[in-house]
Design a protein around this ligand. Sequence first.
Ligand SMILES: Nc1ncnc2c1ncn2[C@@H]1O[C@H](COP(=O)(O)OP(=O)(O)OP(=O)(O)O)[C@@H](O)[C@H]1O
Ligand SMILES: [Mg+2]
Length: 235
Amino acid sequence: MLEARAVRKVFGDQDARSGAVLDGVDLVVPDGQFVALTGPSGSGKSTLLYLLGALDRPTSGDVLLRGQSTTTLGDDDLARLRLEAIGFVFQFHFLNEVLTAEENVMVPAMLAGRSEREARLLARAGLEALGLSHRLTHRPTRLSGGEQQRVALARALVNRPRLLLADEPTGNLDGASGERVMDILHEAHRRDGLTIVIVTHNMELAARADRHVAMRDGRLVHLAGEPDGPSSTVS
Ligand SMILES: Nc1ncnc2c1ncn2[C@@H]1O[C@H](COP(=O)(O)OP(=O)(O)OP(=O)(O)O)[C@@H](O)[C@H]1O
Ligand SMILES: [Mg+2]
């Protein structure tokens, strides 16, 4: 289970008057749930995803993964948690430009202690599953935006995390490729019980998730059909 409790985030150069980027977010994501997070640009979606993935710390409030507070963990424990338990796809994919597609996917597998041979096998299998077997030795600059996004997804999944957080994983993709990435996510969700939170602007894709959570101005908005959903409502 993943949980945000009264999470507030204020960035360093903002004073109280300019308001918090996240202003009291409460969210409980049970194991195995597929959540779509939507909201206008600047409403705080990426900031919330970073906090859920323990890539950043809240100004106040807490983020818990399986009952364990991530805000009290030291940097080393956090790094290990992210490597082993959480897959993250960034809004801007952040592939390493000097490595091939295959090598990009191998990196987290090797950091988690796998041999080079093992990591290569896993990377290949992951890239093949995403339809990229013909792109293994390409560097990111020679890949299309959609291909880069799928490499980033393969990289996020290579250590078989329990939790996948993906920031607009279909943002640069045309309709058919976007559907395909979503099919892959749904399959991982069904097959492995992967818990997934994705940010998307695409309402059709959001409607395919188990649950749709919307944000506005740093708060979660109550949606119809979400009786146990966020407590804060925005009118
Ligand atoms: N590191 C930072 N320092 C200062 N302000 C930030 C920082 N990161 C985000 N913000 C501000 O926080 C607000 C929310 O940003 P965030 O990236 O979470 O929005 P978003 O909902 O993901 O938007 P988009 O749909 O455009 O990706 C924005 O006003 C942004 O300027
Ligand atoms: Mg964003």
